[in-house]
Design a protein around this ligand. Structure first.
Ligand SMILES: [Zn+2]
Length: 134
């Protein structure tokens, strides 16, 4: 990665693996101007997971779609955006064991999301079930 100020080469000054979200955070320093900035390496789930719908069709897993479904269920809460983002991370980490050959059943996504929401907010869980439950 090049410097965001001058475009010169940078080196990694520090890095941390965030196990829960499976992300790597790095602090970079420019060798030319000394500018310091950080980057996050994150898994591109939509490029690697596919969801098997009830109709037998496969479509790419979308973190955004999952986020929206959770966010919509939490709209009665003031911190919905922030909380939904945290819940998406939790749900994705719990989905991993259900993925077989890169494919996950849409029913598993709904069940895992439902369980996470249930622990977090009862009203949100009810909202979610009304829209996505079978
Ligand atoms: Zn620089």
């Amino acid at each position: 990665m090049v410097c965001i100020q001058c475009g010169h080469e940078t080196s990694v000054a520090n890095s941390r693996h965030q196990k829960r979200s499976n992300q790597v955070w790095r602090r970079r320093k420019c060798q030319n101007c000394g500018c310091i900035f950080s980057t996050t390496e994150t898994t591109n789930y939509s490029g690697s997971w596919r969801v098997l719908g009830n109709n037998g069709r496969l479509h790419p897993f979308s973190r955004d779609k999952l986020f929206i479904s959770i966010y919509e269920s939490l709209q009665h809460r003031r911190g919905a955006i922030h909380e939904a983002d945290g819940l998406v991370t939790t749900v994705i980490s719990k989905l991993s064991p259900h993925v077989k050959n890169g494919v996950i059943k849409s029913g598993d996504v709904v069940t895992v999301t439902q369980v996470a929401l249930n622990r977090f907010d009862n009203v949100g869980s009810t909202h979610y079930q009304a829209f996505h439950g079978s």
